[in-house]
Design a protein around this ligand. Structure first.
Ligand SMILES: *Cc1c(COP(=O)(O)O)cnc(C)c1O
Ligand SMILES: [Zn+2]
Length: 488
């Protein structure tokens, strides 16, 4: 659609313009800092930061019903810069010029209703949002599109040069960082630090394919994170982990899209999301809070975070009585939800802050964390995919979490759940393979259910290909036996 075709009262708002300013706010000491520099932690007290904007003319003047129209018409336009996450420009980073925005096809992922069999099985109506259909096949692209657009802006307008972009990763952050950095060309070099043997072959192939420098460190993600923190505190590198609050802003687009795909009606809705480094759940809460405050949604959906019992520090924190909660990092054990296998989530202070705000909006509790077993995660991944879905192990974790939340009474059958399927199933296909072959090492504690297993059936023909028609007949007749086919 062309802008001229849009009703007059909306058309002048469709192309976003930079306005106002943005600042980092420290969650420890409340100090504010300008955005001319990339900051990851507070220069004064070392705590994590969040980004806010102020003085944006539109944000301060338009009401919710106007915003809904703006977003719905923007969706019909064909301007690349505002086709992805920056469709919600004013709510993400309204200071970045459109010319600096990188859009590689991220966002606008499908929301697909579970089939009736799966809905009956769980006893509740629910949808998956397929984040695996993002360009690098996980939701990380949302945050990376924002962080790299900001870096492009710094390099174009503030003379930032020879950038070394670095991240620690459980696999998907590095895949996404590598993709977006390689798009920006020679001004930026991407370095990714991975726990050796703890990312899948598919995930490892992504940063290698996009030309990153890939460094493998013995240990788990938490060790790699400590290494990049050491580097970013002392050396001139651009940190691309979710400690970088520009990533959080981009990932808020998930919530904006969920709201839009339900016509901004969040009544009786619950969003289910796996928690690893806790960047995503931070962004999702922050996004819904922004839309709520702007009058775009009238109610906040419930948020249900999910953790495996092999990596559950956030669950343990919220299991304690309010007022007596103490945060203690955990030592992780091997998990099929490998992308969330994190014992000391960097965004924990953000979660604590946002949950307080989220739960204070209404007198009812809206935030929950549940814990699930490795076995449940795998069974749910396989079951979802056998019912026409595209779900990775973390998506399986979302489904297992929904079932647990229902058992616990956190969600009732009159509500509707939206499950984050955070990556494409193919990235984590090695776990499916282990399930089908019953080859999980004992520490995973996963035993395949016979009815969910699937293996290729091999045919051993008796005839060679030199008697070709005999060979075909022999193979075909063996298939007839397997399928018990009736003649016509
Ligand atoms: C990163 C990631 C997670 C965890 O998200 P956090 O923001 O680290 O909590 C879950 N699933 C997948 C597929 C991921 O890549
Ligand atoms: Zn501070």
């Amino acid at each position: 659609m062309k802008i001229e075709q849009v009703p007059k009262e909306i058309s002048s708002f469709l192309m976003p313009k930079p306005s106002g300013k943005m600042y980092y706010k420290c969650l420890g000491c409340n100090e504010r800092f300008g955005i001319d520099e990339l900051l990851y932690t507070c220069p004064k007290c070392g705590s994590v930061l969040l980004l806010y904007s102020e003085g944006n003319e539109l944000l301060e003047s338009l009401d919710g019903s106007k915003w809904k129209k703006i977003f719905d018409y923007r969706k019909l336009l064909n301007y690349p810069a505002i086709k992805g996450i920056f469709l919600f420009y004013e709510f993400i980073a309204p200071v970045i010029p459109l010319s600096s925005i990188i859009c590689l096809g991220e966002g606008q992922t499908p929301v697909v209703r579970a089939n009736s069999k799966l809905r009956d099985m769980v006893g509740i109506d629910f949808y998956f949002k397929y984040e695996g259909l993002n360009p690098s096949a996980s939701f990380k692209d949302r945050g990376m599109a924002c962080a790299l657009s900001y870096i492009k802006y710094l390099s174009e307008e503030k003379g930032l040069k020879d950038i070394i972009a670095i991240c620690a990763s459980t696999g998907d952050t590095s895949a996404s960082a590598a993709l977006y950095s390689s798009y920006l060309g020679d001004n930026i070099r991407s370095v990714v630090i991975l726990p050796e043997g703890k990312v899948t072959v598919q995930q490892l192939s992504q940063p290698l394919g996009h030309g990153s420098i890939v460094i493998e460190v013995p240990g788990v993600f938490d060790d790699c994170m400590k290494v990049v923190e050491y580097l970013s505190e002392r050396y001139n590198v651009a940190l691309l982990n979710s400690k970088n609050s520009w990533r959080i802003l981009g990932q808020e687009s998930f919530s904006f899209e969920v709201a839009q795909s339900f016509d901004y009606d969040m009544k009786s809705k619950a969003v289910v999301v796996p928690i690893g480094n806790a960047g995503n759940i931070t962004a999702i809460m922050s996004g819904f809070l922004k839309f709520y405050k702007a009058g775009i949604i009238n109610e906040l959906p419930k948020i249900i975070g999910v953790q495996s019992e092999h990596a559950d520090p956030v669950f343990r924190y919220y299991e304690q009585e309010e007022g007596e909660r103490r945060y203690v990092p955990v030592k992780v054990r091997p998990s099929v939800a490998q992308a969330a296998m994190i014992g000391d989530p960097v965004s924990m202070p953000r979660v604590i802050e946002l949950v307080k705000e989220y739960d204070s909006i209404t007198d009812k509790r809206r935030f929950y964390v549940v814990q699930v077993k490795e076995q449940e995660i795998m069974d749910c991944m396989i079951t979802a995919n056998r019912n026409g879905n595209i779900v990775c192990t973390q998506g399986g974790e979302s489904l297992a979490g929904l079932i647990r939340a229902k058992e616990k009474g956190y969600i009732s059958k009159s509500e509707v759940a939206i499950l984050n399927s955070t990556a494409h199933m193919l990235k984590f296909i090695s776990f499916q393979q282990m399930y089908f072959e019953d080859s999980f090492p004992p520490e995973f504690e996963v035993k395949p259910k016979d009815e969910l297993k699937n293996q290729p059936l091999k045919i051993s023909p008796e005839k060679g290909k030199d008697q070709y028609s005999e060979f075909i007949k022999d193979v075909a007749e063996k298939i007839v036996k397997i399928l018990n086919l009736k003649e016509r």
